[in-house]
Structures are given as structure tokens and as C-alpha cells.
Write a protein that binds this ligand. Structure first.
Ligand SMILES: C[S@@+](CC[C@H](N)C(=O)[O-])C[C@H]1O[C@@H](n2cnc3c(N)ncnc32)[C@H](O)[C@@H]1O
Length: 219
């Protein structure tokens, strides 16, 4: 029996995927598995995975509808280096254990996690999600591993565009714990977890790509 088509569509992914891909090609380690946190519809996963080979791509999302969509996108595209989505919520303590367990079940096929990609999540989740993301990333990545963030950011407490200020107000009206984050606060959080800010790329529509590199000092 064929599976139902549960693919969801987020129009923004089609606008931002090419600029993001260009950055990912230049900053990701050449090999290994890329863990995507907060994959959403799965459109990014099916677009990036075949264009970033020989890297493997592991999508995830805590939302069951998102995982259904990712699964349907994967079924429609059939990409050898793309794994089925995991249920990862970075506010859960020790979420990275799920990845380590998953890897232990794929000892031959799945290369080690070389990078983590997180697109448009940290402003649409409580600050605890950013903290959990860096905590788990520190435990998962090896030295020189990359944590890539994409989204809108304030710089030194100031919005970089009126549209981002309006977006921030709209986010906060939906949930007081959401909101456009300050690039410097995220960088300070990164330092606490032994990541250095390796690059900042301005992106279309007043977004940024932030590239953090793990310096390998966990005890
Ligand atoms: C705006 S969507 C972005 C999805 C996708 N990355 C994109 O750019 O289209 C935000 C996503 O973050 C996920 N998310 C929210 N809180 C999360 C958490 N604590 N851990 C992991 N993912 C989370 C949601 O389920 C949702 O899929």
C-alpha cells in the first residue's frame, strides 16, 4: 500500500535555500553527517542533501506533523544520503543521547556528526532552546565541528531592519518567550560552550548566517 502524501510547503524555504546552500558549501566540513535541528517541512533537507554529498544529512523535528512531512518529502525524492527524521527537542535534557544511540545502530553507514544546521528556530522558541542547542552541540561535535544558525538577529541590541522589528513584535505577541535574538547574546552563549564565532554572513531579507566552530574544550 502506498504511503499518504503528507508533504507540507513553506514558501520561504524556496527563497532562502539557494543562498543558504552557497554558505553551507563553503563552511561545512567536507565529510561526515550533518544533523539538522528543526527541519520543519523537510524541504531544506531534500534540497541540501543531494547537493552536499558525500556528506550525509540527518533531519529532525519534535513536531509529529513536521516529521510526517519530512518522511513524505524523503519518499518522494529518494536520496541515498538522507536519513529518516528523528524526534529531537533541544529543550529536553541530554537530547544528544538520542543521536548517539541512533549512530550506534548505524555503525557502518552513518559517518560521525560533523556539523549541526539550525534554520529559523531560535527566535521561534524559548531561549532555553538556544541553551539546549549549544549544550547538546558541545557534547556531540568534535573539535572544528560546525554549528550553523540562520535567521534574523539584532546587533548590539538593535534591530537591523524595520521589518525585523515588526516581526519581533509579532513573535512576542504570540509567545512572550519568543523573539529575535541578539547576535552578541548568542555569541556569548556559544563562548560558554566553547564555540567561537567563525563567520557572520548577511543574507537576503535581513537575515544572517552565523557559523560557530567548536574549539574542543569540554571536560
Ligand atoms: C519556523 S519553523 C522552521 C523550520 C525549517 N527549519 C525552515 O526553515 O523551514 C521552526 C521549527 O522549529 C521547531 N522547533 C521549535 N522548538 C524546537 C525545539 N525545542 N527543538 C527542536 N525544534 C524545535 C518547530 O517544530 C518548527 O519545525
Amino acid at each position: 500500500m502506498s504511503q499518504p502524501d503528507l508533504r507540507c510547503y513553506a514558501p520561504a524555504t524556496e527563497r532562502n535555500r539557494e543562498p543558504i546552500l552557497t554558505i553551507l558549501k563553503s563552511v561545512l566540513p567536507a565529510n561526515g553527517t550533518v544533523l539538522e535541528i528543526a527541519s520543519g517541512t523537510g524541504q531544506h533537507a531534500v534540497f541540501f542533501a543531494p547537493r552536499l554529498t558525500p556528506r550525509h544529512w540527518l533531519p529532525s523535528d519534535p513536531n509529529p506533523s513536521a516529521r510526517n512531512s519530512i518522511t513524505s518529502w524523503i519518499a518522494a525524492e529518494d536520496i541515498e544520503t538522507l536519513y529518516p527524521p528523528l524526534d529531537i527537542n533541544v529543550t529536553q535534557q541530554d537530547w544528544e543521547r538520542q543521536i548517539i544511540d541512533w549512530q550506534s545502530h548505524h555503525p557502518k553507514q552513518a559517518p560521525a556528526i560533523a556539523a549541526i544546521v539550525n534554520i529559523n528556530m531560535i527566535h521561534i522558541s524559548p531561549w532555553a532552546a538556544s541553551e539546549g542547542l549549544f549544550t547538546g552541540a558541545e557534547n556531540l561535535l568534535s573539535p572544528n565541528g560546525v554549528l550553523y544558525l540562520y535567521g534574523p538577529f539584532k546587533r548590539n541590541g538593535q534591530h537591523t531592519a524595520p521589518s525585523n522589528e515588526a516581526f519581533d513584535a509579532s513573535l512576542r505577541s504570540q509567545n512572550s518567550q519568543w523573539g529575535v535574538r541578539d547576535l552578541e547574546s548568542v555569541t556569548e552563549l556559544a563562548h560558554q560552550h566553547h564555540f567561537r564565532l567563525a563567520d557572520v554572513f548577511p543574507m537576503p531579507a535581513n537575515n544572517f548566517s552565523l557559523v560557530f566552530q567548536y574549539e574542543g574544550s569540554r571536560s
